[in-house]
Write a protein that binds this ligand. Structure first.
Ligand code: G16
Length: 583
């Protein structure tokens, strides 16, 4: 057994190591600076309680983006030096974010050990490569992202750090080969176990969904399917689940080879960046839909996000979670005993609220950030939750789950078509969404993103919007001047959340303008960018009248968009006459 020793390396702090909405995300050129990653990892170890470090089992893996392999070796050496007992690594360093959560919760090591936490190496939907982004976040023993109480401590530690511990002479571990490598150090044995990235996750999915009925759908001659991993880590799971387990044809998979730079693309599953899938599904084309796939879906870099498409049809993430909640008990065996409750993030449309009300379910509105759902789930208050930012999931783990969402939709399709697999016309994604609108009303919804705006200008715009809230009559005068046909603002605030489980309070979670007819405008600064600022503008309008739920959403929302741009003085502050991305 190779023996290692521990070095204490002096260091000085770096500015700006504050974890954002989901971990620390920066350009690779920032992360590769000497000591930069080390400082953050040591600050994390120092923020955890002793039993979560000394003698503990940690998972270290990620979406495989550029710099991951080097980062994994560094974290292994620092774990050894800090007294961690064993590190688990997905083969080739690959584990999707939901799979990490599943591994923490479900996996038992060869020696009977269980994981206490994880370093996840991902910048999610941000591009990868030497000039792009890298990221790191810590997940806790429940499988979910560290709460603010822990990330605040990590940040405080990064400001005062003076040294870190590392086993410099520990040889690099071959993470391409499954197996256990054992070392000895000053405090005893240290093991690194490399394991198959997909098995635990696949087993969990099989325990939740009825794979046989999904298989019937996927192999039906009338059903065609297309899944785009955008060269992210989802590719490592897609072949195993959709092709090997569920019988989809291999040609259904698009961009399913994980790449360090995501093939030069932007691994964000939306209508702008998932271009190939969007074209394949015929969106924006005026053809009849002949020969197009029935169902399409895409994932982001770390496979926690999803986009659901039908033939020439886009399902908004806000509708998606509402539809999954409305059908879960009938279509998904895991929920057959009923839902405990449902939750959405504040900027997500109120489509889920209407379902909760109709089904008599407990409902929660939390700030943006998956970590806020974790407490509700741990307390048994929430079964299904989702966010407008293409995140959907359930209490099977403590992260959002892109492939789970696709399996949920396939389950709903299989359920709706159960007596009709060989019929001429299957119930389609579009049919399901339109039936839902007919039953619950429709929330027209769109999001405008202004990416990489000057950070100072973005702050000024937000300050202006807060100031404006002090006079609602002033706000309504502006609205009357631009669009007298738009209803009036009856309330305006900055969203604040008191966690019903631990009582913690999160302030400044987005600026809201609430209209008399139920419409909403929400403004937020993204917490996941790595440079400049991204302003997000969320626009929503509820239509109950089923004869009016079939309009084009951009057309339906045009008056509210005009009002939002005027109120915020968007062009004046940012110099941008149009957003970078519209979803
Ligand atoms: C993260 C969080 C999500 C959040 C999203 C968008 O997702 O886990 O809960 O909705 O960021 O955040 P923002 O609007 O601040 O950019 P991911 O997929 O980036 O980990």
């Amino acid at each position: 057994m190779v023996t290692f020793s521990v070095s204490k390396v002096p260091t000085t702090s770096f500015d700006g190591q504050k974890p954002g909405t989901s971990g620390l995300r920066k350009k690779v050129k920032v992360f590769v600076q000497p000591h930069y990653l080390h400082n953050f990892v040591q600050s994390t170890f120092n923020a955890l309680s002793a039993e979560n470090v000394r003698g503990a089992t940690l998972v270290v893996s990620g979406d495989g983006r550029y710099f991951s392999k080097e980062a994994i070796q560094i974290i292994i050496k620092m774990s050894a030096a800090n007294g961690v007992r064993r590190v688990w690594v997905g083969q080739n360093g690959l584990l999707s974010t939901p799979a990490v959560s599943a591994v923490i919760r479900e996996r038992t090591g060869l020696d009977g050990s269980k994981a206490t936490g994880a370093f996840i190496l991902t910048a999610s939907h941000n591009p990868g490569g030497p000039n792009e982004d890298f990221g790191i976040k810590y997940n806790m023993g429940n499988g979910g992202p560290a709460p603010e109480s822990v990330t605040d401590k990590i940040y405080e530690n990064t400001k005062t750090i003076q040294e870190y511990l590392i086993a410099e002479n520990l040889p690099n571990v071959d993470i391409a080969v499954v197996g256990v490598t054992c070392f000895t150090g000053p405090e005893g044995q240290f093991d690194v176990e490399v394991f198959d990235s997909a098995s635990d996750y696949v087993a969990l999915m099989k325990s939740i969904f009825d794979f046989q009925s999904i298989r019937k759908l996927l192999t039906s001659p009338n059903f065609t399917f297309c899944y785009d991993a955008l060269h992210g880590v989802a590719g490592a799971y897609a072949k195993r689940i959709f092709v090997e387990e569920l019988g989809a044809q291999e040609c259904s998979l698009l961009n399913c080879t994980p790449k360090e730079d995501f093939g030069g693309g932007h691994p964000d599953p939306n209508l702008t960046y998932a271009k190939e899938l969007v074209a394949r599904m015929g969106l924006g084309k005026s053809n009849t839909g002949e020969g197009l796939p029935e169902f399409g879906a895409a994932a982001d870099g770390d496979a926690d996000r999803n986009m659901i498409l039908g033939k020439r049809f886009f399902v908004t993430p806000s509708d998606s979670v509402a539809i999954i909640a409305a059908n879960a008990v009938d279509a998904i065996p895991y929920f057959s005993g009923g839902l405990k409750g449902v939750a959405r993030s504040m900027p997500t449309s109120a489509a889920l609220d209407v379902v909760a009300k109709k089904l008599g379910l407990e409902f929660f509105e939390v700030p943006t950030g998956w970590k806020f759902f974790g407490n509700l789930m741990d307390a048994g208050k929430c079964s299904v939750c989702g966010e407008e930012s293409f995140g959907t999931g359930s209490d099977h783990i403590r992260e959002k789950d892109g492939i789970w969402a696709v399996l949920a939709w396939l389950s709903i399709l299989a359920y709706k078509n159960k007596d009709n697999f060989s019929g001429q016309k299957l119930v389609s994604v579009e049919d399901i969404v339109r039936q839902h609108w007919a039953a619950y009303g429709r929330h027209y919804y769109t999001r405008y993103d202004y990416e990489n705006v000057d950070a100072g200008a973005a702050k000024e715009l937000m300050a202006h919007l807060v100031k404006l809230q002090s006079s609602l009559s002033g706000v309504n005068d502006i609205i009357k001047g631009v669009r007298p046909d738009v209803s009036k603002v009856v309330d305006a605030d900055e969203f604040e959340y008191k966690d019903p489980v631990d009582g913690s309070v999160s302030k400044h979670q987005g600026i809201r303008y609430l209209f008399e007819d139920g419409s909403r405008l929400v403004f937020r600064l993204s917490g996941t960018g790595s440079e400049g600022a991204t302003i997000r503008l969320y626009i929503e309008q509820y239509e109950k009248d089923s004869s009016k739920t079939g309009r084009d959403s951009q057309e339906a929302l045009a008056p509210l968009v005009e009002v939002a741009l005027k109120l915020s003085k968007m062009e004046e502050f940012t110099g941008r006459s149009s957003p970078t991305v519209i979803t």
